[in-house]
Design a binder for this molecule. Sequence first.
Ligand code: KIV
Ligand code: ZN
Length: 519
Amino acid sequence: MTDTSEQDRVLIFDTTLRDGEQSPGATMTHDEKLEIAAMLDEMGVDIIEAGFPIASEGDFEAVRDIARQSRNSVICGLSRANPKDIDRAWEAVKHSARPRIHTFIGTSPLHRDITKLTQDEMAERIHETVTHARNLCDNVQWSPMDATRTEHDYLCRVVEIAIKAGATTINIPDTVGYTAPRESADLIRMLIEKVPGADEIVFATHCHNDLGMATANALAAVEAGARQIECTINGLGERAGNTALEEVVMALKVRHDIMPYDTGIDTTKIMGLSRKVAAVSGFPVQYNKAIVGKNAFAHESGIHQDGVLKNAETFEIMKPEDIGLSATNLVMGKHSGRAALRAKMKELGHDLADNQLNDVFVRFKALADRKKEVYDDDLLALMRDSAADEGHGRLQVKFLRVICGTEAPQSADLTLTIDGVDHQVTATGDGPVDATFNAVKALFPHGAHLKLYQVHAVTGGTDAQATVSVRMEEDGKIATGQSSDTDTVVASAKAYVNALNRLLVRREKGKPAEDRAAV
Ligand code: KIV
Ligand code: ZN
């Protein structure tokens, strides 16, 4: 790196589709991955880690198709430290105009125990595998997994070997979210100072959030010289997740005075991506999440509202528009027409084709009949349901009536369309939702277990829609379904059926989405 502007440029490496998707239950379909990748590409993400091609046929196809479609971003595929993994990653990413192979091995004493490799044997393996990757691709990233718990002298030794073997980016993962900001900075500084050839490559930081320090650790690493941040939308990822893209990007933008580094991210795309990833992964964003939480720009208290009305800067350090939140939450009602809906959806990040617009419009009219005011979040929920129902799964909820009250048991009268044929049953249960799920099971017996049942209100008011997320597991495969309705039990039935449909697709295709090679 030579000129100043290049030195101040921080590359954004998004791993929502790899590390994020590894989060149990966050599995995404092929089309969903392609859609998210297209949005990341448009947003200006420098590198998209699109998946782990050896993990399954589905992962391979997703990385390959993302490589084919992406216009600007480098497309990266993950591989363990063996030639078969690396070849598979290359087969997938080589379709990109700008491919990258990312290969890793756990270097800490704990990981060396697992792989039963001595320090010397592991060093040899690193030399061989990075050389192999570099012979296939001129853009190679290498990661010593659990770097923050690896002995410093050994870490310097293996980083030097990887650089000599041709790695162009060295990523330093804090795999278990153990480090703290000062230590994160010291580690990068130490590597830059001690390792020969360090000035020829880019150092990356990859932080997990187990102690809630992922963003701080990533920014500290940048101040010490790292020039690539690995992150995910909404901080999605295993356990407590990864560094959140929106947090590091906005921190660098808002506090440019003390952190003078630039990214290539169009921040107005942040909200659209956050909503998309939340919908697709089934992991809702916590209300008080920095940048993208529902309350991040809400000023409820009298003092705050008064201050913000007089001068937004009193309590706002960034503008809602900066992250793509419309300044006004234009309310739609039952008299709003198709053109207004199209314009509103566009503003919310969805450019609808005519057939999609028709479907969402029908849903919107039905909702507007039941609900006085339809807000942005209602429309996004409708959009999500429309996308989830697209291609119609084998099972569809046709009719549901529940009888509930203070006396148990509650009962559900359900008509389910299974492969085009209607079936009816009445089932009882401990509460209306339990009765409804029992009714589905009576009509369509299955061995899937309910792993998560979650309800949240889309907007305020007693006529608000409820969004229900249901996660099911069968033989190690996990699928999440979501649905929204002003009736919580109807939303529950549809979300449950939606999750079952997704599991059935996986069962039929024999694609074990969660049955991945262990990272
Ligand atoms: O957290 C980690 O160590 C990883 C590696 C595969 C880079 O995700
Ligand atoms: Zn990770």
